[in-house]
Ligand binder design. Sequence first.
Ligand SMILES: Nc1ncnc2c1ncn2[C@@H]1O[C@H](COP(=O)(O)OP(=O)(O)O)[C@@H](O)[C@H]1O
Ligand SMILES: Nc1ccn([C@H]2C[C@H](O)[C@@H](COP(=O)(O)OP(=O)(O)O)O2)c(=O)n1
Length: 249
Amino acid sequence: MTQASAETTQTDVTGKSASSSPFSGFRLGKSLVVAIDGPSGSGKSSVSREVARRLRAAYLDTGAMYRAVTLHCIATGVDLHDGAAVEAAARDIELFISTSPDRESVTIAGDDVTAAIREPGVSSSVSAVATTMGARAELIRRQRALIAGAGHRIVAEGRDITTVVAPDAEVRILLTASEEARLRRRGDQLGGTQTDAQLRRQVTERDAKDSAVVNFQQAADGVVTLDSSDLDFEQTVSAVLGIVRTVAH
Ligand SMILES: Nc1ncnc2c1ncn2[C@@H]1O[C@H](COP(=O)(O)OP(=O)(O)O)[C@@H](O)[C@H]1O
Ligand SMILES: Nc1ccn([C@H]2C[C@H](O)[C@@H](COP(=O)(O)OP(=O)(O)O)O2)c(=O)n1
């Protein structure tokens, strides 16, 4: 059994670059975990990655880990409806995920699967892994280890980071957007190649399946909701940084 390992960003632990940072007033050296949850297409991955860059923090895409286990099951012939087998696959997988916001990299036993985990076949099957509680328990354990090992700052995003993986995070945000905005964004992201029905399956229907085991539709106590429906990408990044400034000071 191999535990997921992380390549952390070169973060400035000395605080020497504080004056050139958008966070010049932020107490460098103090531990900062920013937890961001939300439904599909709300902007979690893209916004969290950019926020991590600007904070000079590490970045963890937990959805990529569920995707990697799904790909591994498909590639090794594990029946995705066999909970015990999926749980065993989650425990046994030799998974590496980069936590650098500047380098997207996921490997399984040394094989680069960074692009493969985004294939439609994985997207349409990943809820089977996400709703297998034994697999969740294993991935949550690895995610906590990655967060603990990432240095003094990390932005981690997914569906249960604010509630289960890191409920003690200094900053907890639920990033939402209207269904219409989320479908439009995903459609644009995929270059207009998907029909309305395909987009609904990948966004709305997947969220409905995933909601059976984790609540990412309503903010838990202490979690700040940020509705990005009427914000563009840059405005959303700025709004998250504003929340970090307010909450983490
Ligand atoms: N506030 C925003 N306004 C417009 N487009 C956005 C916004 N936030 C993210 N996007 C775009 O929407 C698409 C989906 O975002 P993504 O980060 O993949 O969402 P999620 O991780 O929540 O599924 C991406 O192409 C991203 O650049
Ligand atoms: N912390 C997490 C992260 C993702 N998941 C599930 C929910 C999703 O169906 C899959 C893939 O997540 P991902 O964030 O890549 O999904 P998107 O395609 O960006 O919407 O994993 C989860 O259950 N818990």
